[in-house]
Structure formats: structure tokens, C-alpha cells
Ligand binder design. Sequence first.
Ligand SMILES: NC(=O)c1ccc[n+]([C@@H]2O[C@H](COP(=O)([O-])OP(=O)(O)OC[C@H]3O[C@@H](n4cnc5c(N)ncnc54)[C@H](OP(=O)(O)O)[C@@H]3O)[C@@H](O)[C@H]2O)c1
Length: 317
Amino acid sequence: MSVLVTGAGGFVGNNVVRRLVQQGRPVRAMVRGIDKAKMRLADVADKVEFVQGDVTDRASLPPLMNEVSAIVHTVAIAIERGGQTYEEVNFQGTINLVDAAEKAGVRRFINVSQNGARPDHFSRFLRSKGKAQEYVASSGLEWTAIRPSAIFGPQDEFFNAFARLVRLTPIVFPLVGGGTAEFQPVSIYDVVETITRSLDDNDTVGKEFELGGPEILTLGEIQKRILNAMNEKRVLINAPVGLLRPAVFVMEKALPGTPVSLTLLELLKEPNVVRDNALVTYFKMQPRPFSGDHIAYLRENSAGSAIKRFFTGAAVN
Ligand SMILES: NC(=O)c1ccc[n+]([C@@H]2O[C@H](COP(=O)([O-])OP(=O)(O)OC[C@H]3O[C@@H](n4cnc5c(N)ncnc54)[C@H](OP(=O)(O)O)[C@@H]3O)[C@@H](O)[C@H]2O)c1
């Protein structure tokens, strides 16, 4: 029996797949593009069964459920692109997957949700994720929800986007919204560990786990740490959200790989900080900090990869 990982070519998904393979578990990786996912998972590709599926296509899902013991659901979009909407992918896509799992008799379901997600959130993104989790919780599945703050690690989108911007801005660097928004960056390796442990721990069934790193950091502090990790110096200038809005609007329309959207910009209004860090209180782990060797990967961004990512939307790491 396999563990089915949805979004297996994505940042969280490919790290979950890799860890499950390391643990010697049979893995079925659900992706939209098999060739692209095989390249990303090249080091373990021969130990993974790749299958094609789209959560918005209900009919594509039931055939993927054969001989599956558990599902780790990571599919979601943070930015609406290419006609995909939060409602269709994050909410309806989760409904489609949950329904297919129930019908096929797959009982165990780990839902990778998001810190702050709730059905009545002011943000359409966090609302879609909140409604998705509400549907999962109302199902007959043995579910566990993982709710991380911003996740860092090689291939992350959020922190690497700042590093890419650093490569394109030689002198000054914008301190977004004055840099006061709060985050609790959590390592991808810690997040993945909680997911794989949950698969083996029946006490996690029916529970939601908020995950954060060891420190609450302002965006300004995060930007300074990114600059330090890259051995770069910039003059930080305050860029109020109101001033950034028109630029972000244009970027969203014009750049296939825009690092930011108006929806994500408005999320800065609410601290992305966890109340009860389950990494410590439940999983008894020592979270990796957003510093030192843990963020050395940010250095690998080049001006060329930044341009490729922003202007074509192609994955660059
Ligand atoms: N990254 C973070 O900081 C963070 C923090 C908290 C929670 N999370 C949660 O973690 C999960 C994974 O996020 P991530 O950062 O790994 O995102 P990601 O890298 O963008 O991965 C998402 C994956 O979903 C796939 N996908 C998109 N639309 C799909 C569809 N219609 N059908 C099937 N697959 C589809 C994408 O496939 P393609 O490659 O084909 O586009 C991609 O591989 C999400 O649920 C997110 O809410 C992330």
C-alpha cells in the first residue's frame, strides 16, 4: 500500500516524497506534469510511482486511489495564475480529493493547511484554505491538519523571492510595509517530519497542529537576515503598502512568475505567528532557526535565475 502525495512536484510535496522514500515507504506522487516532477525528484525518481492528476478534474482522481493507505494533500495555489482560482483549486479541489478518498475507502488523510486559515478570513486565499480544512474535518476520514507559518528551505518561494530581488536591486532594497509584519519562519525539514510522524501516530487524528520556528521575526529582520546570508549590503528604504499596491498590481498582470500579489500583500495586516507551536508542545522537536547554515541556500540565487523566475514563471531551484 502506498502513500499518495498530491502536489508532489511542489516545494512541500517533493520534500515529503523524498522523506517517505528515505523511510522506505512506497510512494505514489500525484503531479500535473510527470516529466517536470521527475526532474525535480531526480535523485529518488526510480523509487517513486508518478501518476498524473488534477484536483479540479474529479474524474482524474478515483483511479489514483487504488492500493493507497494514506494521502498527504499539499496541493494549493497562493497566487491565482493561468485561470486557476483559490476557490477551484484550494477549496473545490480538496472536496474532490476527500470525496474520492472516502469513496475508495482510503481512511488516513493529512491536510497541509496554513497558519491563520479560517472559513471567514478577510483574505480570499486563507478563506479558501480554511473552508478546505472545514470540509476535511467534516468528512469521515481520519484526518490531521498541519498549519505552518511561512516555510523556509531550498526551493521555497517566499524567502527566495526576496533573495532574487536583492540580486536585481544593487543599492537600495524596499522594506515592505515598513518591515513590521510578523512571521515565525519554520523549516521545511521540521514541517516534513511532523507530516511523516503523523502518519504513524493515531493520536494526531482529528487534530490541527500549528507549526512555527523558534523565533518570531519582523519582515524587516527577515530581510536583514537574508541580506546577511547573501553577504550583501543594501540601504533599506520604507515602502508603505499603499505605495506598493499599484506596482504589485502591474507585476501581477505582467509577470508570469510574479513573487507577490495584491492578495498576498494584504496578508501582511495579520501576524503570521502561531499561538501554540506544536513542533515543541506536541512533537517535542527543537525547531531549526531562520539563521546560519539553515538559510545559506539563499546565496544560490543569481540575477539570471531571478529574471528567469520572474519573467517566465519557470522553476529555477
Ligand atoms: N510554502 C509555504 O510557506 C507554506 C506555508 C504554510 C502552508 N503551506 C501549504 O503547503 C502546501 C504546499 O505549498 P507549497 O509551498 O509546496 O506550494 P507549491 O510549491 O506551489 O506546490 C503546490 C503544488 O500544487 C500543484 N497544483 C497546483 N494546482 C493544481 C491542480 N489543479 N491539480 C493538481 N496539482 C496542482 C502544483 O503543481 P504544478 O507544479 O503543476 O503547478 C505544485 O506542485 C499548500 O497547501 C500551502 O497552503 C505552504
